[in-house]
Design a protein around this ligand. Structure first.
Ligand code: SAM
Length: 223
């Protein structure tokens, strides 16, 4: 029987703190959110392995180190309104909720959005709001956002997300020509007209499917 609390503390020390995650608020957020509550019963024993784990609908909950790296890059201070694209299980949204004022998270697959919404409510994450839709278009109603994080890889930066980024806000997104080769980039809005882009590292995320992402090939019918 795995002691999940010990496993969580060990994961934070071994896979986050010792690998360059230095922001104490980020480390505390990972210490406080039970990842086992975001995976299926049979995967709970693996919740603190530093690996992505399968969700339903062929999707994944990202590797903890990558979530921590991405979240740290947002440099959250605590008062921001954050947009996450790609809710999946809701785990990253739960982490973000410990670091910002409000989290708006959007998922294109209705069953995932529904179960993440129920799970987050059951666990008491009252400052997270889940919607089902195409997150490549953002969530205009609550814009502008002090930070935007995209948990799926697109061909480029969606203009809609850039338009919903507040002045001095940071957008972190994996972009690249295909699923096997993406760059995690940070975009900082320096003024109304000027943004600065910085490459952080190479990553591998599931595709961002939507109007300003990749085409949904499952909708195409053959001849
Ligand atoms: N952040 C999630 C978590 O903590 O479990 C993991 C996200 S998973 C790597 C990527 C998610 O992005 C998938 O659930 C996928 O359905 C979703 N996705 C892909 N394209 C999307 C889009 N245009 N809008 C919203 N969600 C999208």
């Amino acid at each position: 029987m795995v002691d999940l609390k010990c496993a969580r503390a060990r994961m934070v020390d071994l896979h986050l703190a010792r690998r360059g995650i230095t922001d104490p608020r980020v480390l505390d957020a990972f210490r406080s959110v039970p990842r086992e509550a975001f995976v299926s019963e049979k995967l709970k024993a693996f919740a603190y392995d530093d690996v992505p784990l399968p969700l339903s609908e062929g999707q994944t909950i990202s590797q903890p180190y990558i979530v921590a790296y991405t979240v740290q890059a947002l440099r959250l201070q605590g008062e921001e309104r954050v947009l996450e694209v790609g809710t999946g299980s809701g785990y990253a949204a739960a982490i973000l909720s410990r670091l910002a004022k409000e989290v708006y998270t959007i998922e294109r697959i209705a069953s995932l959005a529904g179960s993440a919404r129920d799970r987050l409510a059951r666990l008491g994450f009252t400052n997270v709001f889940v919607s089902c839709g195409d997150g490549s278009l953002g969530w205009l109603e609550h814009a502008p956002y002090g930070a935007i994080v995209v948990s799926a890889g697109g061909p480029g930066v969606p203009p809609a997300l850039l338009a919903q980024l507040a002045l001095e806000g940071r957008l972190v997104i994996p972009i690249g020509p295909d699923e096997s080769s993406q760059d995690l980039v940070t975009i900082t809005r320096e003024s109304e007209a000027k943004v600065r882009e910085e490459r952080l590292t190479g990553v591998r995320f599931v595709p961002l499917i939507g109007q300003q992402g990749w085409l949904d090939v499952s909708c195409l019918t053959g001849p």
